[in-house]
Write a protein that binds this ligand. Sequence first.
Ligand code: AVJ
Ligand code: FE
Length: 441
Amino acid sequence: AFLTDPETLRERALAALTRARDRTALLTSCVEDPDLTAQHSPLMSPLVWDLAHIGNQEEMWLLREVAGREAIRPEIDGLYDAFEHPRAERPSLPLLPPDEARRYAAEVRGRALDVLESTAFRGTRLTEAGFAFGMIAQHEQQHDETMLITHQLRKGPAALTAPDPAPAPPFTGPAEVLVPGGPFTMGTSAEPWALDNERPAHQRFVPPFFIDTTPVTNAAYQAFIADGGYTDPRWWDSDGWSHIRAHSVEAPLFWRREGGEWLRRRFGVTELVPPDEPVLHVSWYEADAYARWAGRRLPTEAEWEKAARHDPAARRSTRYPWGDADPTPEQANLGQRHLRPAPAGSYPEGASPLGVRQLIGDVWEWTASDFLPYPGFTAFPYREYSEVFFGPEHKVLRGGSFAVDAVACRGTFRNWDYPIRRQIFSGFRTARDAAPGTETS
Ligand code: AVJ
Ligand code: FE
């Protein structure tokens, strides 16, 4: 299932880099220059920062590290170092103006493609199986998702449009699925472009549990609101309770109550909240509170991954719920093809062997777990990708959203954020313990 032949690797890397750049171009050309340099939210960088940062990371890894080239513009490195300047500060920096940022990123890309043409894909861990190229395509796609979040936060009329996902009949299958207890393989040592925090593969024993067949819907979440969920401290983590009180949080971000109905703003358009769509833009605290209200809990990260990857018949972990093949549009809502999640119960072709749906794509799913290293973790190629974020202050999200490209999404992929965050494309599903002694495998 894994790539070894250099011509295939070159093609895959070129396709992934090109797809990322096409998306970056769309996200930075659908608004006028003033919208690229403005800060639309203190949580986000100006779009023009992401654009040049994408080029700068590509220059650092593909041109300087892989090819040993001299820096094109060493004086700008500091401006685009995410650790030197917090997002709120970035608009006041002497950033490259939009045209210069575009030219810089394009120049780097031209040279990077020359490097790709001549690379041997072996010799060092960076070049082995084209890792650095895959890492840079994933990095650009992650910033494309970040830029899409900025677009969602931006006031004003719609700049982006996309067709809606196919309508789906209301899901009538079982609400939850039993995942048998027993060991499974978590993480990967084989996936060539897996990032450091997904490694290495290791055994985990997971007791039997039930997990929701689909992500929690807006209708279900509205029942929690209608039942006074936001005003009852019983359901809330104590830090979460303080947070929602202090910030008057009463509904998912971008929701508004009007004339007895819930409306939401989505990429510049206000619409009725669709009842059967997975809930979006909730914090970990909100997800955790909903689960407690429902008499359930969030799945742990290991439970989520077992639900997504464990094949009970083959007794092994697959790359995706449906097996090892890369995602198709029939299996998962990925890649910003749509600007919203698909109705709960969509994508039967993307179901796991046990029947769990929409684990990949649609909405990032909060898990109960802190972002921690796996046993045997080593930072690669830089500590600031994952290692500096390990600890109890970040919660893990899994599965990717409609805004994630397939290159940055797989059963092992780990995302993380603060539990208060909800401008991200976050939703969740719930779980519960199964009685001990429930069938094992
Ligand atoms: C993995 C999404 C949390 O956007 O902060 C981008 C990815 N790392 N540039 C982020 C990332 C460096 C990261 N997340
Ligand atoms: Fe980055």
